[in-house]
Design a protein around this ligand. Structure first.
Ligand code: SF4
Length: 327
């Protein structure tokens, strides 16, 4: 017996990297055991920047292929679909916008940040973004939304919209609960910024072994370790933080000790990490190539996911229409 329904959405960003895997995908896969999961590619949200729209199809395909290869499994009941394939979300967005004060939206720190990022394109979609997010979650009566502690305010805004709506029109929408998950901050190969495709500091899950070795070789380590004989500080080294995830624990302890006493050089240490990454990601790469042999497979999964999502969405929209009094 499952504990409820989980909803989560991600913008289509193409091939996924280690940061995406450790920050979201791994958790998406684990949640399937105890929850009915609804995972959505939020392509409408991606339009708010009006950038790279010509890549939306390819990036959707590549991202979902990675999700499926990593273990997100429609066969076990998980719904994977594209936001714009279920048009009911835009209707719910419009209705929820009627109970959302404009002042609140424009005061949100996320909106102010977006205005800073794209001052020449402060469009209506940017302002309404959190309302569309609330529509995404409530359209599927999600009980639970996985969030990192720093994203709790985003979900709280959805909860507020739900409370306001239900106060006006009756208890129709489900107020989602946050499921706090530890979202590790995975740094990019520059060792400074969060791993990100746009900064080109990422390591793709689907990389071939040679590419993995090349990217790991480029990783910045402890900046104070100038010479091979200098003792290192694993606690400030990004290579070491990845060893913590991808290297067996008994070896991690040894690496830590060897680093502190200059018993191991960074070149060797990185080689070990790359080797472990290659081993760890081998089943993923194999499954990915297997799934990619049928170019229709991802689209079939998304088509089927949209149909299943629509079954829930139609029911919820009908309840909402009745509640608000639409004829
Ligand atoms: S030996 Fe390894 S853990 Fe130590 S600084 Fe070099 S790369 Fe980092």
């Amino acid at each position: 017996m499952k504990k409820g329904r989980v909803f989560s959405g991600a913008r289509p960003t193409g091939r996924q990297h280690l940061g995406n895997y450790l920050g979201a995908i791994k958790n998406y896969v684990a949640l399937q055991e105890n929850y009915d999961c609804v995972y959505c590619v939020v392509d409408l949200h991606a339009l708010t920047t009006l950038a790279d729209t010509e890549h939306l199809r390819t990036w959707t395909y590549e991202m979902v292929l990675d999700w499926l290869a990593a273990g997100i499994d429609p066969e076990c009941g998980t719904i994977v679909f594209v936001q714009s394939h279920v048009p009911q979300v835009t209707e719910l967005h419009t209705i929820l916008s009627m109970v959302t004060p404009l002042g609140k939206l424009t005061r949100l720190p996320t909106f102010k940040e977006k205005v800073r990022q794209q001052p020449d394109n402060v469009n209506y979609g940017l302002v309404g973004y959190p309302v569309l997010m609330a529509a995404d979650i409530t359209l599927y009566k999600a009980d639970v939304v996985p969030v990192g502690v720093d994203q709790a305010s985003h979900l709280e805004f959805t909860r507020e919209i739900v409370r306001t709506f239900n106060h006006h029109f009756g208890p129709v929408l489900v107020e989602p609960q946050a499921k706090y998950t530890e979202v590790p901050k995975v740094l990019g190969i520059d060792g400074i910024n969060k791993m990100s495709k746009s900064l080109n500091n990422h390591v793709e899950l689907a990389s071939e072994p040679e590419e993995l070795y090349a990217r790991v070789r480029m990783m910045v380590t402890d900046p104070q370790r100038q010479r091979r004989t200098d003792p290192g500080r694993p606690e400030v080294c990004n290579v070491f933080s990845l060893h913590n995830v991808f290297t067996p624990q008994e070896t991690v302890g040894q690496i830590e000790a060897d680093c502190r006493t200059a018993g191991i050089g960074c070149v060797e240490c990185k080689k070990m990490l790359a080797e472990n990454l290659v081993v760890h990601l081998a089943p993923f790469r194999e499954r990915r190539s297997q799934l990619a042999t049928d170019p229709d497979y991802v689209w079939d999964v998304l088509r089927d996911g949209a149909e299943r999502a629509k079954t829930i969405a139609r029911q919820v929209i009908a309840e909402v229409q009745t509640a608000v009094g639409l004829p």
